[in-house]
Design a protein around this ligand. Structure first.
Ligand code: BYC
Length: 330
């Protein structure tokens, strides 16, 4: 089983001998790559882990609209603006599919949103960094969506049916997002020295936070061992981060950019790029709410929730009226 490959700090997954007959039957299905569907029996921990991960993923998609939304009004051409609007709308759509996938596990969207607004649920650390220049829009598409696809491609194989199916569509859209980001970086690198400098500066600021998107290293990850045993997460954090570095360093070099890590070097023996140590203190600071934009992001989500109150109330009143009319007609 995968779980034996990764040791994490959370509870050790049970061995088959330690499981109840129901749990053993469940694990046997997981090991045989049979998808688990909403109404089927599942261990409570499996359900909770999925709700946590899928809802945090949904929150990330929704909060993730904010750094790019900031540049819609300032996109340099009409084409770039149209592309960026489409991309930001896609992120909203991803959030919605994912909230729906989480709802199949018996939790309401309102509850999930309250968990975000009260700080109980996390969203990806990356969205707590500011988008300062147009080059940041290139860097977000190329690096942030690039890291997201690296993670989400393997999530298409997740053992929970609704999550894995949501990932198939999301991955197709993320590929377009990654290409448009790289295209912005290519255009800047073909431009003036100032534009090239802007692109390099964006890479310098987004590189390390992008590596942090994959989460703590396997040894410090709380959930990896159990999540991998349940195939909620088919691949571990460190392996995905390495795949991302291996894919991205040559892309940077191809357009004349330099990754801001003096330790990045091809290692012939390992068949991978070596890279330097991540500043984990910064990662945990951002998770605690002390990143550059945490407060701003949460204030924006709180405002969206408050501004939507009249609409939610109207929707509920309309649905109650319809139900009453239907009842009267019966
Ligand atoms: N940021 O035990 P671990 C997008 C938390 S958006 C914040 O390894 P796990 C896009 C983790 O939640 C796509 N928190 O956890 C949108 C846990 O805390 P809790 C974003 C992080 O779950 C707009 C604790 O640290 N992608 O593409 O096994 C524009 C211990 O970690 C982070 C997803 O959401 C982090 N970076 O593995 C552009 C992918 N890392 O929950 C683009 C879905 C870790 O116990 N999620 N934590 O309080 C996953 O694949 C997994 O949840 C993770 C973490 C790999 C992120």
């Amino acid at each position: 089983m995968y779980a034996q490959m990764v040791k994490s700090t959370g509870e050790r997954p049970k061995t088959l001998d330690e499981m109840t007959p129901e749990e053993r039957a469940f694990q046997t299905r997981i090991d045989a790559d049979i998808k688990i569907e909403p109404k089927e029996w599942m261990p409570e921990g499996y359900r909770k882990t999925l709700i946590r991960q899928i809802s945090q993923h949904a929150h990330s998609e929704v909060v993730g609209q904010l750094p790019e939304g900031n540049w819609i009004n300032r996109a340099p051409t009409l084409d770039r603006k149209a592309i960026l609007i489409a991309k930001v709308q896609d992120e909203a759509g991803h959030g919605l599919y994912l909230y729906c996938a989480a709802e199949t596990l018996g939790v309401s969207r309102d509850e999930l949103i309250q968990q975000l607004l009260t700080g109980k649920a996390k969203y990806s650390s990356i969205f707590n960094y500011p988008s300062l220049t147009w080059a940041d829009i290139g860097a977000i598409g190329w690096l942030v969506d690039g890291a997201a696809i690296m993670n989400q491609v393997q999530l298409q194989r997740c053992s929970y049916g609704p999550y894995s199916r949501a990932m198939i569509r999301i991955c197709k859209e993320e590929s377009f997002h990654q290409r448009q980001g790289y295209d912005i970086m290519m255009a800047l690198m073909r431009g003036s020295p100032e534009q090239q400098e802007m692109a390099q500066d964006a890479l310098n600021r987004w590189w390390w936070p992008s590596l942090m998107m994959f989460g703590p290293s396997d040894a410090d990850s709380v959930h990896s061992a159990q999540s991998m045993a349940w195939k909620i997460k088919p691949v571990g954090n460190d392996e995905l981060r390495q795949r991302f570095v291996d894919q991205t360093v040559p892309q940077a070099e191809f357009i004349g950019l330099k990754v801001p890590d003096p330790e990045v070097k091809w290692n012939e023996e390992r068949g991978h790029y070596d890279f330097g140590e991540i500043d984990w203190e910064e990662f945990y600071r951002v998770l605690k709410g002390e990143g550059p934009c945490n407060r701003e992001r949460m204030a924006a989500r709180q405002k969206a929730w408050d501004d939507g109150e009249w609409f939610r109330e109207g929707l509920m009143a309309h649905s109650k009226k319809r139900a009453a009319k239907k009842l009267a007609a019966e």
